[in-house]
Each structure stands twice: as C-alpha cells, then as structure tokens.
Design a protein. Structure first.
Length: 331
C-alpha cells in the first residue's frame, strides 16, 4: 500500500448504493447507522453539546454519509464509518468463520482474546485500544501484554509508542476504531511482521483487508437489531455483546480471502446482471428518462472492479495449481 487513502476509497465503494438512511443514533459508546442493515462504529467520546447537523441525517443517501469516513472531524468520521458498515452489512456476505457465542454474566467483550489465548502464551502481544476488563484477564492468564491507548491510563503506553512496540510484537490486536481516527494506515504498516487481528464492532467485513497486512477479522454480526438499537441508545457500552451482537472471527489468509472474494464476486455479478436486465427493459419500454437505478448499477460496477483487483492480487501471489491462469471472474 502506497496511498494511505486507499482504505477509505475501498470503504466508500462498498457503501455506494443510494439507499436512504433510516436512522443515525450516536450513543455514549457506539454510533449506529441503519440503512437496510445496521452498521456500527465506536463513538468518539469527546464531549460536545450540539452537533451542527443534528436532525438532518435521516433520509440522506447512504453514500453521502459514508463519504464522511474520510474526514478528520471525529463525529463526522464516526458517522461515516457506521454508514460504511451498514453498506457492507446489507450485502449479507459475512466470511466463513467461527461465531463466538456470549455467556451470561461473562466478559463477552473479551471473547476474542480468550479465543486466541492458546496461541498467545509466551508471545509478545500488543493491543491497540483499552478493552474493559483486559488487565484482569491478562493477569489471570499471565500474558506478556502491552496496551497502547490515545488517552492512556496508568498501565497503558501512549499511542506514540507504536513506532517502537509494534515492529517487535508477535501478535497485534488492532482496534478498527483506528480506521475512522485515521491511524490505521500507519499502525497496519508497523504491524506487518506480526500476526494482526483487526477487531471490534467497527470492523468492516472485507476480504481486501488482507492486502493491508491483516490476518484475522474479529468483527461482529448483529444477533438482534432491536436489542442492539435499544442498547446503543441507552448508553450500553460492552452490554451490546450480551445480546445485540456477537463476535465472529474469520481468518483472511491467502486461500480464505480468495474463497470469500469469489463468493462476493459471484453475488455482485448476479446483482449487476439483474440491474442490466432491468435497465434494458426500462429503455425498451417508455423509459425516456434516465434509468432510475443507474446509481445502484454504477455502485455495483465499482464494487466488482474492487473485488476483481483484490482477487488478481491474491492470484498473482498464489495461483490455483489446477487452473494455472486467472479466470475472468467478473465477466
């Protein structure tokens, strides 16, 4: 990756369908965007009394809000990230992987660390972002753990320590909040030598993240949209993991990413072909005006181009041994 904005170009391409936004909820800990599906991002946690655009977001086209993910204003970037995740979630193309079911009364926000625990003992582990209860968990399991935090507590290192800690780490757990706060490109580059897990409800489910050095995605799938909305609205913090969402872990190594990209390409081709048939019928009838779903078709074409590029990169590194040459997946 040479262009730090590449990740943001990618995200916008997945939220390009002009679906109207149903609601935006900015809770104490999480921000929720609803647009045919629910997308989450961690709220900035910066005190404010009034946001200038409050009351104006409902009904806006999803791409308009998704474009905010590029911005440096923390609240606009957070809303943009939630909009992007709503766009990705509406595709319904989660990767194959393992769902981590919550347990009553447990620290369900820490199940990702529990999942990887057998691989972490004796390793140098760096965690970007402070997770509630992590200290107690680390002490119980005697992990060699360093936490880097933008607003560090007494046991944390400041985020500037990333330049020294991440290149030496064996494992890096990278909060996906680094995407809207614009630290992701540098942090991902510093963690290239480590096994890197991009994690948290802000995580976008995209196979292309393999190209940024991510080895695992540990994001969430919505278990109950109603409970999630209520919990976010009522300042629910880690309570969203009890019933609203559940963690899901997916490896995005070479072969896993190729299989996932194939499925997403096939679905995008099917959607594009259906829209083209609709367009032919529109112009073949009385449709003198522009095809009403043209913006949706354009969005699918851009997403398909992204996926083709992703698959080609994967193929160039590791072609399938039987085929020997890359098939024309997009048609």
């Amino acid at each position: 990756m040479t262009n730090p904005y590449e990740i943001y170009d990618l995200l916008q391409d997945y939220a390009g369908v002009p679906t109207p936004v149903g609601a935006v909820v900015i809770g104490l800990v999480w921000t929720l965007c609803e647009a045919d599906a629910a997308g989450l991002s961690m709220s900035p946690g910066i005190p404010t009394r009034t946001l200038p655009w409050a009351g104006s977001l409902k009904g806006k086209p999803l791409p308009e809000l998704a474009a905010w993910v590029r911005e440096f204003d923390p609240y606009r970037a957070t809303v943009g990230m939630a909009a992007v995740n709503a766009g990705i979630q509406r595709l319904g193309m989660l990767p194959e992987g393992e769902a981590l079911l919550p347990s009553p009364g447990a620290n369900n926000n820490l199940v990702v660390f529990e999942h990887f625990l057998p691989l972490l003992r004796g390793k140098r582990v760096a965690v970007i972002g402070r997770y509630p209860g992590l200290d107690r968990f680390a002490e119980t399991h005697a992990l060699e753990l360093q936490v880097l935090e933008r607003q560090p507590g007494s046991d944390d290192l400041p985020d500037s320590a990333c330049e020294y800690v991440l290149p030496e780490a064996d494992w890096v757990f990278l909060t996906a909040t680094s995407i809207p706060n614009k630290t992701f490109p540098r942090l991902a580059a510093l963690a290239r030598s480590a096994t890197t897990v991009l994690m948290g409800p802000t995580t976008p489910w995209l196979p292309e993240l393999h190209h940024f050095g991510i080895d695992y995605l540990a994001g969430v799938e919505v278990a109950d949209a109603g409970i999630l909305r209520d919990t976010v609205s009522e300042g629910g913090g880690v309570r969203i993991f009890d019933a609203g969402v559940r963690y899901r872990i997916a490896p995005i190594g070479m072969e896993a990413s190729k299989q996932w990209a194939r499925r997403m390409i096939a679905a995008a081709v099917q959607e594009r072909d259906r829209l083209k048939l609709d367009m032919e019928a529109w112009y073949g009838g009385s449709g003198a005006a522009r095809f009403p779903d043209y913006a949706r078709l354009d969005s699918v074409d851009r997403r398909l181009s992204r996926l083709d590029t992703c698959f080609k990169r994967l193929w160039d590194v590791a072609p399938d041994p039987v085929l020997g040459s890359m098939p024309g997946l997009a048609g």
